[in-house]
Design a protein around this ligand. Structure first.
Ligand SMILES: Nc1ncnc2c1ncn2[C@@H]1O[C@H](COP(=O)(O)OP(=O)(O)O)[C@@H](O)[C@H]1O
Ligand SMILES: [Mg+2]
Length: 263
């Protein structure tokens, strides 16, 4: 029997492609659908943690035991690092700025590509969560390899801009490398983000990606919406910040699409 908990990594080595925004809002939308979701902040920038908690709380979490750095390096398990959010069915493993040390730390660890997988195994074996969504830093090293080794699927957010596609080929190569360690790793799809429908350029990005062999592009595209930034400024998912926000509705559509593909 496959495990009930589906683990999805959000990765793209290009910063600003919408990874963190996608994890926070997809996590919220899936929880609104009644799914149990754990959002894991694996980036030292702590933006995913800031999507759910105010700065003061984030700093407290980062300096204590409720964060991924402590979980990986000390506890060797993320189970006790999990923090509840104010949203039903949505929990978070916060990050810490100490995650900037992780790449360096991994060099001296045995079985280094499996640290995150091992630390998640207790939580996964309980089959409590329907989804574990992992937010990645914009790098392609041992830590992101850890994230891909720990995951069943990958979602690659790509910004619909002239440089959004730059580096996508590197990402594909990296996914192939990761498959040497995790042969069932599946690219669930490319998520086109930050689309400006008033300009025609985004159609070029969609066209190029749809014509990439063996790659699924999600039907849902996420358009630019200033409510995203207001919601982030208030440490809230956009759908919770403003029920009618267009991007919140788009993330809900994406959640249905992801849920259909994973079940
Ligand atoms: N749909 C959107 N509309 C407007 N701004 C967005 C949207 N998605 C993301 N952004 C903004 O783009 C920036 C980068 O997004 P982010 O999710 O942090 O990317 P990444 O995690 O890949 O670096 C952030 O400032 C965020 O507020
Ligand atoms: Mg990010």
């Amino acid at each position: 029997m496959p495990n009930k908990t589906k683990i999805i990594a959000f990765a793209n080595n290009k910063g600003g492609s919408g990874k963190t925004t996608a994890v926070a809002n997809l996590a919220y939308s899936l929880s609104e659908m009644g799914r149990k979701v754990l959002a894991v902040d694996a980036d030292m920038q702590m933006n995913l943690t800031l999507s759910f908690f105010d700065e003061e709380t984030v700093m407290q979490l980062a300096s204590g035991k409720n964060n991924i750095y402590y979980g990986i390096t000390e506890a060797k398990s993320l189970t006790d690092c999990i923090v509840k959010t104010s949203y039903k069915g949505l929990d978070v493993v916060p990050s810490s700025s100490l995650m900037s040390m992780m790449e360096y730390n991994l060099y001296s660890v045995k079985d280094r590509e499996n640290c995150l997988k091992n630390a998640l195994s207790e939580t996964v074996s309980k089959e409590y969560y329907d989804y574990i969504l992992i937010d990645s830093p914009p790098t392609l090293g041992s830590w992101v390899l850890n994230i891909l080794v720990a995951s069943n699927h990958v979602i690659m957010p790509v910004e619909a801009s002239p440089w959004g596609l730059f580096g996508v080929a590197n990402m594909f190569d990296f996914l192939e490398d990761a498959k040497k360690y995790n042969k069932n790793l599946d690219l669930l799809g490319i998520l086109i983000t930050k689309v400006n429908t008033r300009k025609n350029y985004y159609k070029q990005t969609v066209f190029n990606l749809q014509n990439t062999p063996d790659v699924r592009v999600f039907d849902t595209i996420i358009r630019i919406d200033s409510e995203v930034e207001w919601a982030q400024d208030n440490s809230m998912p956009v759908g919770a910040y403003k029920k009618t926000a267009r991007s919140g509705l788009e993330y809900m559509e994406l959640a249905k699409e992801v849920d259909r593909l994973c079940r």
